[in-house]
Design a protein around this ligand. Structure first.
Ligand code: PLP
Length: 346
């Protein structure tokens, strides 16, 4: 059966590096949303803890509950029904608009998300006073304020403009925190922002993609010592000899130019690997091309190895499909078995 391996040493290497940039492991929130970017949230949580991480971020409360025993604090990014929020020492909900502040139950732990020009969600800078009033009136437990950068991985001024807005937000909320006698933490940096900036006072960082070994930052920002942590493996279903001129797969898109040995393997787009159309070549780790179109549950490759590594780095796969590393990773089916490797290092 096809499976994924998680390289613990690479993961540790990435988190150690990021912690050093962030000012310590206690300054990191590791982002585990969407099944830990496809790596497997339940497999990754104990690894992060073993490395010394105490704080995590999840998409929703369902994910947060899965890893609650492991972390002291879990920031939940989305809650479409704030009135149903759980009051729990370890769970912190994101308050993304004034409406949510009206609905969270009394004593809910929250962080305020501020829209510093991403334009999706978040309290607007001119609503801050109102928000703090509401939080006080509704007796919500505010312990942090954060924002998200939309332009940290692009070249241009966007990132600097947003940082400037954030700086003003911090100043204003520090005054409000004093007025309401609140002890707040601040966080703004995602992977790209952390990689490209050095000290940001005592700010916390929320790292996703870089912890898994990738960055989409342009190479003009430098190179970063990150190691991909996830590999995809497939097992052989059968082997056959194709005669010159014979075809492989739907549409007959691959035609053998000579007699060749071909095997099929148990990975397909049903397992979350993107569907290959067969028009452009994509090779697996050993350099051999995937032949023709990718089926729902299998693919064909020249040779007869019993087990093949489909990828141990998704950079070229993402390029092939004109997307980003995030998307290739996150699509990995939750039904694939995850095996943690403790010894190997790449
Ligand atoms: C996904 C996400 C992150 C992590 O982003 P990366 O680019 O993967 O580091 C951080 N903060 C928020 C609010 C997010 O949604």
């Amino acid at each position: 059966m096809a499976y994924l391996t998680i390289n613990f040493k690479s993961y540790k290497h990435n988190l150690d590096y990021l912690a050093q940039k962030a000012g310590g492991k206690d300054r990191l929130f590791v982002v585990f949303k969407d099944n830990a970017y496809g790596h497997g949230i339940e497999e990754m949580a104990p690894l992060a803890v073993a490395i010394g991480i105490q704080q995590a971020v999840t998409k929703d409360v369902k994910e947060a509950i899965k890893i609650k025993p492991f972390f002291q604090k879990i920031l939940i990014l989305m809650e479409p029904h704030p009135q149903n929020a759980l009051v729990d020492d370890r769970l912190i909900y994101t308050a993304s608009d004034l409406n949510a502040l009206e609905k969270f139950p009394q004593n809910t732990n929250i962080h305020l998300k501020i829209d510093t020009s991403m334009g999706r969600n978040g309290i607007l800078p001119h609503e801050l006073k109102l928000a703090f009033d509401l939080i006080s009136k509704r007796e919500l437990n505010l312990s942090g304020v954060f924002t998200h950068y939309y332009g940290a991985d692009i070249i241009g001024s966007d990132f600097y403009v947003q940082q400037h807005i954030w700086k003003n937000v911090k100043q204003e909320t520090k005054i409000l925190a004093k007025k309401y006698n609140l002890n707040l933490i601040y966080h703004s940096r995602n992977s790209a922002a952390l990689l490209r900036t050095d000290s940001m006072d005592d700010e916390y960082s929320r790292v996703g993609i870089a912890s898994y070994g990738y960055t989409e930052l342009d190479s003009s920002f430098g190179t970063f010592p990150l190691k991909p942590t996830l590999s995809l493996w497939a097992e052989k279903l059968n082997t056959r000899t194709l005669k010159k001129g014979e075809k492989v797969g739907y549409g007959g898109r691959f035609i053998a130019s000579k007699d060749m040995i071909v095997s099929s393997y148990d990975i397909g787009y049903g397992d979350g690997f993107f569907r290959l159309s067969g028009e452009k070549n994509l090779s697996i780790k050993n350099g051999k091309n995937i032949l023709g179109t990718l089926s729902m549950d299998c693919m064909s490759v020249q040779g007869d190895d019993d087990i093949i590594c489909v990828f141990d780095n998704v950079t070229s796969v993402a390029k092939h499909f004109d997307t980003i590393s995030y998307e290739i990773l996150v699509k990995m089916s939750p039904f694939l078995k995850r095996v943690v490797l403790h010894q190997t290092s790449n």
